[in-house]
Design a protein. Structure first.
Length: 208
């Protein structure tokens, strides 16, 4: 009969996305070969991540502080907001070195089949930032999927309608779309940095 402690640890690792039971077993056995100090440090880092991590109050990026280093950087162009689906996309775009604005993380895209509607993504803070009048461009950098396109259209209408309701000129704000150098159906995090960088630099006006 096998160890219940081993099975429990394997099941925990296997619950992570993309981790099968064979990989989970290798990871657990690797931890068993390490010193107790190393394993404790590993466990502590995960516990601290869950207990102490923040979501930036400005852009919803993961941060150690209330406002993330990107939003808090005066050298970034705060008049340009790049809207992305998740934190991985922020990392992917940052790795290109081609973008110097700030971000807004939606936390998902509209997908009725998955039960995700407009109220399930972080839109209100984006609209609030746009209505300050300090934002000159919003770049929609969402996946080139049907769900991404649906979310693009929804965001565009929300932005334009909000400006009109506030009595602000819609001509003062450009809504753009990353160039379709990214293959249809691709997620940003799986796109190579050169292609992603060019897609941002060659972005086009979004007309809804």
């Amino acid at each position: 009969m096998g160890s219940q402690l081993l099975d429990s640890a394997v099941n925990s690792f296997a619950s992570l996305p993309g981790v099968g039971r064979k990989t989970a077993l290798r990871l657990v056995l690797n931890l068993l070969r390490r010193s107790e100090t190393e394993v404790q440090g590993f466990a502590d880092s995960i516990t601290r991540l869950k207990q102490e991590v923040h979501y930036c109050s400005e852009c919803r990026n993961i941060s150690d502080t209330e406002i993330c280093p990107i939003c808090n950087n005066p050298r970034r162009d705060h008049s340009i907001i790049c809207v992305v689906e998740n934190v991985q996309d922020v990392m992917s775009i940052e790795n290109t070195g081609q973008y110097n604005g700030v971000y807004h993380v939606l936390g998902g895209v509209i997908s009725p089949i998955d039960g995700i509607g407009p109220k399930d993504i972080e839109v209100d803070k984006l609209i609030e930032r746009v209505l300050t009048g300090d934002v000159k461009e919003v770049i929609l950098a969402l996946p080139t999927t049907m769900e991404g396109d649906t979310t693009n259209f929804y965001l565009y209408r929300r932005i334009i309608n909000s400006l009109e309701q506030a009595g602000m000129s819609t001509d003062s704000l450009t809504v753009s779309l990353i160039a379709r150098g990214i293959a249809i159906g691709n997620e940003l995090e799986y796109t190579d940095e050169i292609t992603l960088g060019r897609s941002i630099l060659n972005r086009t006006i979004f007309n809804g």
